[in-house]
Ligand binder design. Structure first.
Ligand code: ADP
Ligand code: MG
Length: 725
């Protein structure tokens, strides 16, 4: 990929912004914060995606088409041409003597630089007679070799070549590469990087953290680019080890603290809610569901707080496992809280649990409460009272459930659904909130706060079980590795956007002939919610016109919650045929009659996100289709993602390919960065380092507690702050 940002232009950005900076944060500063680049150490740990080699010059005559090279020369001629389109054309010669008046018959060492987008600064720097250094991919053009939109900078005959490879950082549209480079370099020079780890815990042969970061940001010209790029270089190994170690220490610490706590021993009652729920379920549990439910029940029956992760692919049936765990807690006379990341998802759970459990609870004089951020005033007060009195045995909602004014009479179990974005820091935060509820639990003697609730987390991010067990030092892991019977796998098709009308014809058929329902997902554009909305609104109008007499709905992130819920319930009930949505439907929504999912601009989504979305169809016995519409040209990784979607529906395989395609370093924007469990290390590839880190964590905590604390804060401190924001 050729960079279209010329160094000459972009490098002006930092100083140009300086006067405004005193009054307000500049756009690049805000963009840096958005990427979580706040502290010097955050900048020092913001690593290059790749490098450009500006340490060498290739003589113009020796450069071959297809090569990406740096050359130096003198501008023989520069002019703006208007045909065939407006462009800026520069003739660059190795030297002037060799240029236009070169000896006849001798090969002219000259190339053309072509700029379709250009600014006055281009013309100024690339004026006739100027000596410039240029970097780009050489192509064979009509008039001989040329570079399109190369990077360039003015030099004189004595300007030294770069001594190290030039880093290219992950960034966003508002943050010019040159600005970020300067910020990282100064962050790196200021960051306190003194050695914290005793040599004996470190794997042999690795550089210090400071050396490693210096190499990774500014590799010497002699460094192996291949080892840097595939992250096998010792500098990378050091970084990965550091990261894994921080995660392991944090988890071990949490585990030790948890071990000191006690929880109520929860057991299902004979003839109680648990048994009766099993009897009313409209299906048989799968073998995996039965096994996992037993693992959870065994934890609940012990007097120490459960801390378990239930992982299972989309559609594997985690909800019913959660309901069974809730029933055990309620049987034992305790309350259960079930939290979901969005209101819509919480509402789905609420409906399902009401259907399964409400009649059974009503017989016992109990009920289910529903708490979300949008519930306010009297209604909220009533709910909060029911929770406080214990009448609400089950409390379902968003994270509003653990807000400060909510007091449980006897919270015995907290379940968090779809926590596939949780990192260590987030998990610790959640536990802190739960433990912070002073009246939440009482021990037999009535001492408040002496008992801690059990915690069950559910996630659709599949990590191979053995790896998950090694990595999650403070979590027990249960895996649902079997889908309920009778599912027909979703068939995935990829179409270019110009086939949109064919896709709409397919929708008509699905809706008119088969009475099925359809999702149409529009992408979220990070930069502009307005654009998203416009896109989704237009699609909604277009589909409404194409399907007269059918209800076509629209749902997006900025709608009031009540409106969202109303739209969702029309879709769930089957009254609405087509639902146009921004990615608010991303997780967990369950409408078995929906058989077609269209994802627009599929190239803009991450692989795991596409997989999650696709999981919304194929939830019944109906054969379902997922159509990925893309707008070209596709990048290599874009192509690989769509191909993976066509080739497999297995979440574990998708996760594996995702890592392979992105490489551990690739950055997908702040929205998704919270997704990644680890920034640098790759659980599968770095299993040996993970083992070392796991072994080193207890030694550090026991023998060097201050170093252990400093290390965790260095690595997780910024993230913790980021999460609070
Ligand atoms: P997820 O694991 O993605 O949260 P859900 O709990 O939403 O999956 O379950 C997906 C669908 O499968 C739901 O409609 C649910 O009622 C149904 N389901 C769950 N378990 C079974 C089972 N054992 N047999 C048949 N259907 C099931
Ligand atoms: Mg779910």
């Amino acid at each position: 990929m050729t960079s279209s940002v010329s160094d000459g232009v972009a490098a002006e950005a930092p100083s140009a912004k300086a006067p405004a900076a005193a009054a307000a944060k500049s756009a690049p500063q805000r963009a840096m914060e958005k990427l979580g680049l706040r502290r010097d150490i955050d900048l020092a740990l913001h690593l290059p995606l790749r490098y450009e080699d500006e340490t060498q010059l290739t003589p113009i005559a020796e450069a071959r088409p297809g090569d990406t090279v740096q050359v130096e020369g003198i501008v023989r001629e520069a002019r703006v041409e208007l045909r065939p389109r407006r462009q800026f054309i520069v003739h660059l010669a190795e030297s002037l003597e060799q240029g236009a008046n070169g000896a006849p018959g001798r090969r002219r060492a000259e190339l053309v630089l072509r700029f379709v987008n250009f600014y006055p600064s281009h013309q100024k720097t690339l004026a006739a007679g100027a000596r410039v250094r240029v970097r780009g991919e050489l192509r064979g053009g009509f008039f001989g070799p040329e570079m399109v939109h190369p990077t360039f900078k003015a030099v004189d005959a004595t300007t030294p070549l770069a001594a190290s490879l030039t880093p290219v950082y992950p960034t966003s549209a508002q943050l010019p590469q040159a600005y970020l480079r300067k910020a990282v370099a100064s962050g790196l020079s200021r960051a306190p990087l003194d050695e914290l780890l005793p040599a004996r815990v470190l794997p042999a042969g690795l550089p210090s953290l400071r050396e490693a970061l210096n190499v990774l940001h500014h590799p010497p010209a002699s460094a192996s680019l291949a080892a840097l790029e595939d992250h096998s270089h010792p500098a990378w190994q050091r970084l990965k080890f550091e990261e894994l170690l921080a995660q392991q220490i944090a988890q071990l610490q949490a585990q030790r603290e948890r071990r000191k706590l006690r929880a109520p021993a929860l057991r299902a009652a004979v003839g109680g809610l648990h048994e009766r729920l099993l009897a009313v379920l409209p299906f048989q549990l799968t073998g995996a569901q039965r096994r996992v439910a037993e693992e959870i029940a065994a934890d609940l029956g012990r007097g120490e707080p459960m801390h378990r992760l239930l992982q299972g692919d989309v559609g594997s049936g985690k909800t019913v496992v959660a309901a069974l765990a809730a029933a055990v807690a309620i049987d034992a006379g305790w309350q259960c809280a079930l939290m979901a990341p969005t209101e819509i998802l919480a509402e789905q759970h609420f409906r399902k649990l009401v259907q399964w459990l409400d009649p059974l609870l009503a017989e016992r004089g109990q009920g289910i409460a529903w708490l979300t951020g949008s519930r306010k005033g009297r209604e909220r007060r009533q709910m909060v009272e029911r929770v406080a009195s214990g009448e609400a045995a089950l409390v379902v909602g968003t994270h509003a459930v653990i807000q400060d004014d909510v007091r449980f009479a006897r919270l015995g179990l907290a379940i968090v659904d779809e926590q596939h974005r949780f990192g260590v820091a987030q998990r610790l935060e959640l536990r802190r909130k739960l433990a912070g509820d002073p009246e939440g639990a009482q021990d037999a003697a009535g001492r408040p706060g002496a008992l801690e609730p059990h915690l069950l987390m559910m996630s659709a991010t599949p990590i191979p079980r053995t790896l998950a067990m090694t990595y999650f030092a403070d979590l027990d892991v249960s895996t649902l590795d079997e889908l309920p019977p009778g599912r027909s796998p979703v068939v995935t098709k990829v179409f270019a956007d110009n086939r949109r009308e064919d896709v709409i014809a397919r929708i008509r058929d699905e809706v008119e002939t088969h009475a099925r329902q359809v999702y149409w997902v529009c992408p979220l554009v990070e930069e502009s919610e307005n654009l998203d909305l416009q896109n989704a609104t237009e699609t909604h109008q277009h589909l409404s016109a194409a399907l007269p007499g059918r209800m076509v709905g629209l749902i997006h992130g900025r709608m009031p919650a009540a409106e969202k819920a109303a739209v969702m319930s029309l879709f769930s009930s089957g009254d609405m045929a087509v639902l146009v949505a921004t990615t608010v439907i991303e997780v967990g929504v369950d409408v078995p009659n929906a058989s077609l999912m269209v994802i627009e601009h599929a190239e803009r989504f991450g692989l795991s996100q596409l997989h999650q979305l696709r999981g919304r169809v194929g939830r019944g016995a109906v054969a379902s289709v997922c159509v990925l519409l893309y707008t070209g040209p596709l990048s290599q990784t874009g192509k690989a993602r769509l191909k993976a979607m066509v080739e497999t529906t297995d979440g574990f395989e998708i996760a594996r390919r995702d890592l392979e395609i992105r490489g551990p370093g690739e950055f997908m924007g702040s929205r998704q960065s919270g997704d990644a469990l680890l920034r640098f290390a790759d659980l599968a590839e770095d299993a040996p380092l993970l083992q070392r880190a796991r072994a080193a964590a207890p030694e550090l905590l026991d023998k060097h507690p201050a170093a252990a604390r400093a290390h965790v804060s260095r690595w997780l401190g910024g993230k913790m702050e980021y999460l609070k924001a």
